[in-house]
Write a protein that binds this ligand. Sequence first.
Ligand code: ATR
Length: 276
Amino acid sequence: MTDITQISGTTRVYAIIADPIHHVQTPQAMNKLFSTLGQDRVLVPFHVSPADLAVVVTGLRGIQSLDGFIVTVPHKTAILELCDTVSDAARLVGAANVVTRSSDGKLHGEILDGDGFVTGLRQAGIELEGRAVYLAGAGGAANAIAFALAASGIGWLTIANRSQDKAQALVDRLSRAFPDLEVSVGTSDPSGYDLVVNGTSLGLKEGDALPCDVTRLSAEQVVAEIIMQPVITPLLAAAQKVGCRTHEGLPMLLCQIELMAAAMASKKNESRHECV
Ligand code: ATR
């Protein structure tokens, strides 16, 4: 953890904006990273309701010691129109989760959820080039992951979601952005794909349904999660039983923390693809 007694007039400040905020783990993780890197930076929690977001963000423009902030539920979409510029990925996904503030108070929004996920897979040595990927989900997290996977060099992406219209809308947007990618709406059957990803919130709560038909999994597949708690979700447990290689949810957060720190420190409008 950052030693708070060392915070001074020269410390660069970051925030995380959320509502509710009691559960966030980013301040601990980010302050630990700043401390490990020996950086004079601190990240603090800002509990802000949707009704107050615009006025708070306007105020943040004027805080000269603030280099950026993280935005999470429920503000990831609303923040877009409060930024001066947004990255291509954030525009495509329709959400931002990191905002950098330049010295003149200009705000630039980026989305790093998907990059965090893809970087975590790469760090674990999971090949993506040309692979066939099955993604369960078409919500906020799945959208970010879908666009990052599409940009990662995979060959085929299938989106399966309870609400088929959302899956179709995501497929349509992916097809427009990545005309060379094979992309389609899928069923609950994940058989035949190299990589199976849970991008839904299923698995977070006890008694949740499984995100796909696990009886169709086979040992040569890799099964990846975005759920961090529990560490071994019912999907991962089922995949392990079949003999699949599994990839837990935590690396997505850890990689994203580093990508966020790098984005906010650089204050440049370029996207980063490598973890520190
Ligand atoms: P997040 O920001 O975490 O992605 P979200 O945007 O609300 O949250 O998306 C939640 C995802 O989990 C969606 O894909 C959702 O499916 P729907 O689009 O049909 O709502 C999926 N999901 C949540 N609860 C589900 C359930 N009980 N059964 C099937 N899918 C579910």
